[in-house]
Design a protein around this ligand. Sequence first.
Ligand code: DGL
Length: 293
Amino acid sequence: MTANRPIGVFDSGVGGLTVLKALRDRMPSEALLYLGDTARLPYGTKSARAVNAYALEAARALVDAGIKALVVADNTSSAHALDSLRNVFPGLPVVGVVEPGAAAAAHASATGRIVVIATESTVQAETYPPAIRATRPDATVIQQACPLFVALAEEGMVDGPIAEQVARHYLAPLFADRPPAERGDCLLLGCTHFPVFAPLLRRLLGPEVAIVDSATTTARAVESLLDALALAAPRRDAPAPLRYLATDSPDRFAQVSKVFVSWRIAAAEVERMDLASAAFSGNIEPVPLPSVG
Ligand code: DGL
């Protein structure tokens, strides 16, 4: 039965586990198949063309594994590749993180001045400003690329003097150095790696700036879509299976995952998958699905 199939969750690496967690919290009965393209991370410095190609390969692998819907947890792929994904996989429900995050920010801002921090490639895609204005036509959107946050998060350096200095470097020109009337009142974390900096950013920006990430709103959007399509998994007592695929070392995936989720992921639970060669040869091995009831 299609509803029993897993939801595929794709990210350039491990940061998308923040979205996986939100999906799990909201829909514990849904089996989840997570693919982190760790071999090719970061996507955030890559061109639109490369990101499109990578996202299509990842989606192909997940479709071949039997997913019923795809969540593009990676902001950079959501910014560049959603249209391509929907064109190439017309029957597949696809949810990205840009629209849910943009809507959450549009609602959280009182003044309509919204700062989006993201990867370079996401900023260049110019996807967030129109997505925010779709809900809030009067919004003033300022985008700032914060590439160093990705490396800091992967090192687990989410607080302390170095993270603080980097945060000040990126954000002081947009907040502290501006007159109060010109500052944003909402900071949208437009990258999977940035929610882990929320406590630091809260300390630096103070209580008057709303800090929004897309994980919770994306989970809500996925739930509504599955309900609308009658694809929601039947309720079950025990949590549904969670599977992890990575295109590079399971050890590194398990190590870095500690920064992003509170539960322990052992390297032995992470299956290595050679995405590029599988996709280029046109011969992706179907991934056996977990039993989901
Ligand atoms: N997952 C990416 C994003 O959300 C951040 C890491 C990367 O650059 O690949 O944009």
